[in-house]
Design a protein around this ligand. Structure first.
Ligand code: GLY
Length: 397
């Protein structure tokens, strides 16, 4: 069994290298804009770095109050700052960015033992995963594998999923966001040859595909399972406008999640799922290229945009465009370009004095909790810079 899985992993790796990705001619002026946006983003992050206490991580910047929210290493967002620094270092080779990323990862490393959160993929793979990609090291690999073990400890065979939030023992809560943590598990199988991480990721993705999606391929934010039987107890929102609505960032987590599932497994059902999600999302993309915070938010068009959902979607669409039929890929790539152009305009892209060194403006963290509304968000920055890097790479194919 073990050998069968290892063989299929090997085959997936060979196929993914062999598969010719669709490539599309980039818009020339957008390519120039993307390059200058990376330069501006770097300037912003050098400023942000100068504003931060050594052991703190940036979370959000509120332009109305001109205040930055920071955290320790424990929240779900702590990997994004080092991860963004690493992407910017990759783009510019500015050593100051690399040194700052490494300093923050020293503070972050202890979270590899944190078994109280499902967010270890966000926290440890966006940071240590990128670090290992840029400069392979056994120390980074150890952090990735230990973090994956902590994440896997939250998996239930009965439910077929990784527990997202700890709550009453009678409730097993899974949010769509959790799809993003699976990349860490695939990395752990790749690094150790232990197929159990891979199997957990696939099982979680299959369970989520079965229960999180509505017939129109939008998703609920939260599904609560009975931990004893695995039966679904309730489907609802937490960060969206209503249980029946499509919370924008949740849709983008699903899109990105099933795109990465296809990359990791080459199973067609995940590609098809990503396309169905993308097609639903494209129908709800405003003509100016940035989503409202919820697709059915009350008051549209007089409500907030969420640059983070736009950035995550943009990055995912650039990748997905490479895998699909050429005609569909072109549609996704052109949509990604439209989003990238919007985010790279002065309406969304901040100068250092506008947003305390954050890169993007106008994100929504948690509207129902009235937290982080119309602010800069660290995860918007991460996926925007990732999208810029992917655009450059895909454009250069
Ligand atoms: N994972 C939390 C969020 O997307 O807000």
């Amino acid at each position: 069994m073990k050998y069968r899985l290892l063989f299929s992993l090997l085959l997936t790796t060979i196929l993914s290298h062999a598969q010719k990705l669709n490539s599309f001619r980039p818009d020339r002026s957008l390519s120039t804009l993307a390059d200058s946006s990376l330069t501006l983003a770097t300037r912003n992050y050098l400023y942000l770095q100068s504003q931060l206490p050594p052991d703190r991580f940036p979370v959000a910047y509120d332009p109305a109050r001109r205040t930055m929210k920071t955290s320790g290493s424990e929240p779900w967002v702590s990997g994004f700052y080092p991860g963004t620094l690493l992407y910017l270092y990759e783009a510019t080779h500015d050593q100051a960015l690399y040194e700052e990323a490494k300093r923050k990862m020293v503070v972050l490393e202890k979270e590899k033992f944190n078994k109280t959160t499902h967010d270890l993929g966000f926290m440890m793979y966006c940071s240590f995963g990128n670090a290992d990609r840029l400069e392979a090291s056994s120390a980074y690999k150890e952090v990735i594998v230990t973090s994956a073990r902590s994440l896997a400890s939250r998996f239930s065979e009965k439910v077929g999923a990784i527990r997202s939030w700890d709550s009453k023992p009678s409730q097993f809560m899974v949010i769509i966001d959790n799809m993003m943590n699976l990349e860490l598990l695939f990395a752990a199988t790749r690094l150790t040859g232990d197929s159990s991480f891979y199997k957990i990721a696939v099982t979680h993705a299959n369970t989520t595909m079965e229960h999180h999606f509505r017939p129109d391929h939008s998703s609920w934010h939260l599904v609560i399972y009975d931990p004893a039987t695995g039966a679904v107890q309730k489907k609802q929102t937490v960060q969206g406008a209503a249980d029946s609505s499509a919370w924008a960032r949740g849709q983008s987590w699903g899109l990105y999640g099933y795109t990465l599932m296809y990359r990791a497994t080459r199973q067609r059902k995940y590609l098809e799922q990503a396309e169905l999600i993308a097609d639903y999302m494209l129908k709800h993309l405003p003509t100016d290229g940035v989503f409202y915070w919820d697709f059915q938010a009350p008051g549209i068009p007089d409500t907030w945009r969420d640059a983070s959902a736009a950035a995550i979607t943009c990055s995912a669409l650039i990748e997905l465009a490479g895998y699909t039929k050429k005609k569909t890929g072109r549609k996704y790539f052109r949509t990604a370009e439209k989003i990238l152009a919007a985010l790279s305009s002065p309406a969304y892209l901040a100068t250092p004095d506008e947003a305390g060194g954050f890169i993007l403006k106008h994100g929504v963290g948690n509207r129902p909790a009235n937290s982080d509304i119309d602010v800069s968000l660290i995860y918007a920055d991460y996926y925007y810079v990732e999208a810029l890097m992917r655009y450059r790479r895909r454009s250069n194919n």
